[in-house]
Design a protein around this ligand. Sequence first.
Ligand code: SF4
Ligand code: SF4
Length: 86
Amino acid sequence: MYNVRINLEYCKGCGLCVGVCAKHGLYISDKLSPLGIRPAAVRPEVQCTQCRNCCTICPDAAIEIVVKPQVHGETSLAMLSEREKP
Ligand code: SF4
Ligand code: SF4
């Protein structure tokens, strides 16, 4: 899974990224950024595919895609129980 981050110091709210996300994961916020503009924002439920269309089209390099750490809860538990076997 991926986290999509908008750098509010760079985003100028042009909206180009919104139109290229096939997952409809981006929108223009109603809230003003520190620059006094309405910036792009990320829907929390977005199923980002890391296509990077948004990064490519952004003229201000304001979008970063970050890989979320994987959670291997079931695997870890299985390994633990293996280790605990007498
Ligand atoms: S990387 Fe692709 S799927 Fe993810 S937010 Fe950007 S355009 Fe959407
Ligand atoms: S394309 Fe870049 S500058 Fe334009 S709204 Fe999206 S993140 Fe902001």
